[in-house]
Ligand binder design. Structure first.
Ligand code: SAH
Ligand code: SF4
Ligand code: F3S
Length: 469
């Protein structure tokens, strides 16, 4: 069996395409520094991919812009996880037609998870003739070549489908943030939860070399990053099939051991692989955030089985109770799906039950959305959207009460926070080490630094506080 974690450097010819692009850009746009706009849909894996696209564009000479109207190149990096995400892309691409008519030199490109679904890529190609370039997640390392072809051949270019299963290192990177950064540790997913499209559009699971990850983390810390988030669809299965024998708990500890004042977090963990060893590493390392994002999806064992999740409610509660014991101030967040095909009122009650037992900080809640080609999409479902929306309403009300209780209990506490952004005039958003938002008054010059805050007030999901010298 071939090693599933084969690493290669960005192929030389792609570097050459980057060099050759400057003449092409000058010829097409009259400047070597045309403006590129990227909009990213979906999860952090897409955000991390967009940072690579931006890195390659910048290296080729482009400037990045937030203004779509002013852009010479527009890229939408798309998400396929739910129908709603896809609908937004179709709507937004449709709205670009007028822009392209006004400015024929504009190149519109679509990439990301949606493009790895054949029926979607074809629909886009057919419905939007002004889209000049379509490429999937598996060929992101060939972006310089694809951009070159789209700009020079005068033909529409579509490239998707073949996952070579390799990891490409050395792709230029432009990070969006200057003090919070993403660090992908693995790509793809092998879990095939029956509702989920991700394994089909992101390919097989593969892990980056631990030394490369630690080096990248070190350089981020030296560059002043205060928070690093290790990324993967299922970070706990990091290192599977790797000779070095480094698994996720060791990797996490390795990064935490780097010298410097920074916070370290990770997402996402799958309950079936969340080990006590992982919890111990979090508990024993002050830099690692006391936060677990541990999607449970459903509280019903019957539904969990149909979802192919490989755990039951008892196992979930067991790891949660160990984590609560070992990690004081633990913040637990989760994903939950309402209305999986055939989910009964009784199944749904199990979900509410689990939510009450755990007492999550907050939840990301989704109504089930059938995805073409996944096993769950073929199951019968007697329940209507209205049934599901009504259940969702009950779930949200329950979680709101729980969240409000949790934030109220934090009033009066003093804690270290990282100041992240300006919320409005005179008000800054900070976050606790566990990830809870605290609004504080202060000067924007504090953004990107740690501070001490005292919580003075709780408002459902967020806190208000004041900075202490
Ligand atoms: N790898 C992560 C999650 C990736 S997708 C994990 O396993 O936890 C993010 C969330 O979207 C999932 O946790 C799930 O709650 C939700 N999701 C995925 N497919 C969905 C679908 N078909 N309908 C509704 N929600 C879905
Ligand atoms: Fe989707 Fe399941 Fe993989 Fe998460 S673990 S990405 S839900 S298949
Ligand atoms: Fe969406 Fe792809 Fe992430 S489908 S959720 S952007 S992996």
């Amino acid at each position: 069996m071939p090693d599933k974690n084969t690493t290669e450097l960005l192929p030389k010819e792609q570097e050459e395409y980057i060099d050759r692009l400057s003449d092409v850009l000058l010829y097409r746009y009259g400047t070597e520094h045309p403006k590129a706009f990227i909009h990213t849909y979906g999860c952090q894996q897409n955000v991390a991919d967009s940072e690579k696209l931006k890195g390659m564009l910048k290296k080729a000479g482009c400037e990045l812009t937030d203004d779509k109207e002013a852009a010479d190149i527009i890229i939408f990096n798309t998400c396929a996880v739910r129908e709603h995400a896809e609908d937004r892309v179709f709507g937004n691409v449709g709205a670009l037609k007028a822009l392209k008519r006004r400015r024929p030199s504009l190149l519109i490109a679509l990439c990301g998870c949606m493009m790895e679904q054949e029926h979607i890529a074809e629909k886009i190609y057919r419905s939007f003739p002004y889209v000049g370039l379509v490429f999937g997640t598996h060929v992101i390392h060939r972006f310089p070549e694809l951009l070159f072809n789209a700009l020079t051949t005068g033909k529409r270019c579509i490239e998707r489908g073949a996952d070579d299963g390799k990891i490409y290192e050395g792709i230029p990177l432009h990070r969006d943030g200057s003090f919070k950064g993403w660090l992908p540790v693995m790509y793809g997913c092998d879990n095939f939860c029956t509702y989920c499209i991700v394994p089909y559009v992101r390919g097989r699971e593969r892990s980056r070399n631990p030394e490369i990850i630690i080096e990248e983390a070190r350089s981020m810390i030296n560059a002043g990053y205060k928070e690093i988030t290790l990324l993967g669809q299922n970070v706990n299965s990091y290192g599977k099939g790797m000779e070095e024998g480094v698994r996720f708990p060791q990797l996490l500890k390795g990064v935490a051991d780097i010298e410097g004042d920074f916070w370290l977090s990770f997402m996402t963990s799958h309950p079936k692989d969340a080990s006590r060893e992982l919890i111990d590493v979090i508990a024993d390392n002050a830099k690692i955030s006391p936060h677990l994002h541990l999607p449970f999806q459903s509280g019903s064992d019957r539904i969990l089985k149909l979802m192919n999740r490989h755990y039951d409610a008892e196992k979930y509660l067991d790891i949660v109770s160990y984590a609560k014991k070992r990690i004081p101030d633990l913040e637990l967040t989760s994903d939950v799906i309402v209305g999986f095909p055939g989910e009964t009122e009784e199944d749904f009650q199990c979900t509410l039950d689990l939510i009450e037992k755990v007492g999550f900080t907050s939840l990301f809640t989704f109504i089930y959305s059938p995805r073409v080609g996944t096993p769950a999409a073929r199951l019968d479902d007697p329940y209507t959207h209205e049934d599901k929306a009504e259940r969702m309403g009950r779930l949200l009300r329950l979680q709101e009460q729980i969240s409000a209780g949790r934030t109220a209990a934090m009033v009066g506490k003093r804690m270290r926070v990282l100041i992240e952004e300006q919320a409005r005039e005179g008000v800054l958003n900070a976050r606790t080490h566990g990830g809870v938002v605290v609004e504080v008054q202060g000067d924007p010059s504090l953004i990107g630094s740690f501070a001490e805050a005292e919580v003075t007030e709780a408002r459902n999901f967020i806190l208000r506080g004041k900075l202490i010298r």
